[in-house]
Design a binder for this molecule. Structure first.
Ligand SMILES: *Cc1c(COP(=O)(O)O)cnc(C)c1O
Length: 354
């Protein structure tokens, strides 16, 4: 049997051979006292790519978001995000449980809001309202289908937020997918923001890690929260070496991933029984709905898996496909063919799924 075609998530990537070799040869020290040279180099590299003063290595993107919220807000504040933001939907309410802040989600179609939306979401100072403390944007969006914030729209949101005293944060889990898609540099996207981070363990293919960046003063505070939360490490150079390897060798792969997602979408858009948002896929994520087929996403993805294609159900009728270095262009075509066959009269329907 041919191997499963892995479109579940770019988090499923495993270290490549070259990456494993880089990890094996890593020079290490004690990260907790800032004396792991490889980790320091990684942090400097990412900070410089993002145009930020300083950076800190984190075990996960989730901790980057939580620590940023902890530094930028105080209990009783509100964080403004889009209504499918990872912070809102997928971080076990860490903002509430640990930082004591609530989330004020803006309803969006594609995960992108405007400065007018932010203006409407910011609460006028009052004895009775939560204080609006922070804005977070995802570049690229995850559960909104990989959409890319136009640079000008991001800047307008940042300017409006900062003019009203809010801290502005970029959840850049897949920032480099946007960079290779648009040609806008990471530093241009991050310019003027109070904090930004990238994930190493998504399309960049590392086993663990993310790097959070900001001003020196921000990173000093972020470090203390990381330590408090148990995120300080020891010989993290073995992980940071993977990150440095990825920055040298895997960024171009993201362009391939984006192209593969576009190809997948071109092939399956128009398949009987599936519906797609009007916008084309912009990065490595494709969302579609199985609603016209009348088959819930959980069942649809189960049937796809039986045909050798692993997709992610987002519940209801929403299905997400994500490309990464785990899928070749040829496999993308094969996956699309397997899915196209799922018309109302297909073997899929006859199998009793509907
Ligand atoms: C994956 C992801 C995170 C969390 O990153 P982890 O490293 O998995 O903790 C945060 N935000 C977005 C947009 C993501 O896609």
């Amino acid at each position: 049997m041919s191997p499963i075609i892995e479109l579940f998530s770019d988090t499923q990537t495993q270290p490549t051979e070259g990456m494993r070799a880089a990890m094996a040869g890593a020079v290490m020290g004690d990260e907790q006292s800032d004396s792991d040279p490889t980790t320091r180099e990684l942090c400097r590299r990412v900070a410089s790519m993002l145009g930020m003063e300083d950076g800190v290595f984190m075990p996960s993107g989730t901790m980057c978001n939580l620590v940023s919220i902890l530094v930028h807000t105080r209990p009783g504040d509100e964080v403004i995000v889009d209504d499918r933001a990872h912070i809102f939907t997928t971080e076990a309410a860490g903002a509430a449980a640990i930082a004591g802040v609530s989330v004020n989600p803006i309803r969006t179609k594609r995960g992108l809001f405007t400065s007018d939306d932010v203006q409407a979401a910011i609460r006028p100072a009052s004895r009775t309202s939560p204080r609006s403390g922070m804005i977070s944007v995802e570049q690229t969006t995850n559960f909104s289908g990989g959409s890319i914030w136009p640079l000008e729209q991001m800047r307008a949101v940042r300017d409006l937020g900062q003019s009203q005293g809010l801290r502005c944060h970029i959840d850049g889990a897949r920032l480099f997918n946007a960079v290779v898609a648009t040609g806008v540099s990471a530093a241009d996207y991050c310019e003027g923001w109070d904090s930004a981070w990238i994930d190493l363990s998504k399309g960049l293919g590392c086993p663990v890690g993310a790097v959070l960046c900001g001003s020196r003063a921000f990173i000093a505070q972020a470090w203390q929260w990381k330590y408090r939360l148990g995120g300080a490490m020891r010989q993290s150079g073995v992980l940071a070496a993977a990150g440095l390897y990825a920055l040298d060798n895997h960024i171009e792969q993201l362009r391939v991933d984006n192209d593969n997602a576009a190809l997948f979408e071109r092939c399956v858009r128009g398949s009987t029984g599936l519906s797609f948002p009007p916008q084309r896929a912009e990065s490595n994520i494709v969302l579609f709905s199985t609603e016209p087929l009348g088959v819930p996403a959980d069942i649809f993805t189960q049937r796809c898996l039986e045909r050798g294609v692993r997709l992610r159900s987002l519940g209801g009728y929403q299905v997400r496909a994500t490309t990464s270095l785990l899928v070749t262009r040829q496999q993308v075509g094969q996956a699309a063919t397997a899915i196209q066959d799922f018309g109302p009269r297909s073997a899929f329907a006859l199998a009793g799924a509907a």
